[in-house]
Design a protein around this ligand. Sequence first.
Ligand code: HEC
Length: 418
Amino acid sequence: MSSYLLDVTNFMLRWLHVIAAIAWIGESIYFVMLDNGLKKPKAEEDRRKGVFGEMWAVHGGGFYHNQKYATAPDKLPDDLHWSFWKSYTTWLSGFALFVILYMANPSFYLVNPGSPWQWAANMSGLEANLVALAFLAGGWIVYNELCKRISPNMDRDGLLSIAVAVLMVVVAWLSVHIFSGRAAFLLTGAVMATAMSANVFFWIIPGQRRMVKAMQAGETPNPLDGKRGKQRSVHNTYFTLPVVLLMISNHYSFAYANDWAWVIIALLIFAGALIRQYFVLMHAGHNKPAYPAAGVVLILLAFGLGAPSLSGNDGEATAAVTSEPTATAEQQGAEVDEAPLARVHSVMVERCASCHAAQPEHPSFSAAPAGIALETEAEVEQHKAVIQQVVASGYMPLGNLTQMTDDERKLIAAWGSE
Ligand code: HEC
């Protein structure tokens, strides 16, 4: 029952998370589009009022006239619209999901038993949870310090962008080494997503509040507050597409169960930022297809690295099978011919069915994970392709909790391949 409740909570939190993120990112994209698409105001009167740009739009049967002030209007209205709950809701629901999904089962969702670092491979569940929290907090602290130290007056933002890009590659590399594949993708995305929400919480909104307060007191607002809000908001713009890409990547084991996972993450981040750049420029009236084209090249490169023949893990499995002399292959073939499915099936029952059953023995699951039960020969046959993929990549059994042997992996790889 408790795992059923967990499933329901997960389902509803995920819904909330996706909706809040759509609203937040949608608004962010809208405002960048608005900002970049502003035209000089036509009416002399508007210019005199301090309007610096305007946009006319038609949407949902209505006509809209947005105006942006160079600094601020003479008198601020009382009913100013603020945007922050969409951001906070996205982060809070995302963090809650991380807690019930990953932190509730850290030993097989967070720990990377294949880590080249002993301390990471041998972490207890509690340690893994603490390391994950430190990873998120540390990511924000380092990012924030880079911003404050490299471009405190917003005059070295170009250099800062390079530093942030390098930081993300380091985050990807570290997370892949410390955490299991799926968690590494998720946590790299979560470091960026945390920076985005923290930018809103610690800098953008407080800066806007100070500006409004100054104006209400009849003083000139500190222009640095506005510039800093813009700096962080620009970072958020380029984070949006990569974050979403990383958040959905955890359904695709070829991306993360792979020796090149950190390079794949870095390529996906840069691809997302390049594609975003296309739209930023397009809304300012420049059509630069080279940006998305470069993004697509990076994505193709990432998927090239993820392809089974190149990825290290699968390479090992294939090498192990193909390096056998032909005689052995024939021998194996003979055995496999005898009852290929029956042998694979017995391995599945022993190594997989404690989780992959209609009613799993494993206390964490109330139903077959990923909807895949592996109890009967028919079920095993039905899922053949994906079984071979997840076993070859080492992703399954999760955390190798059921201690599948290398011989068994070879058997699965050789199954039906002759
Ligand atoms: C400790 C529990 C556990 C064991 C043991 C286990 N799995 Fe899984 N398996 C899971 C969970 C949880 C998921 C869902 C994770 C996800 O969404 O990626 C999953 C997902 C899968 C998927 C779907 C992956 C995808 O990309 O959609 C396949 C296929 C699979 N397992 C096969 C196996 C095979 C084959 C074995 C035995 C060699 C095995 N599993 C052992 C828990 C387990």
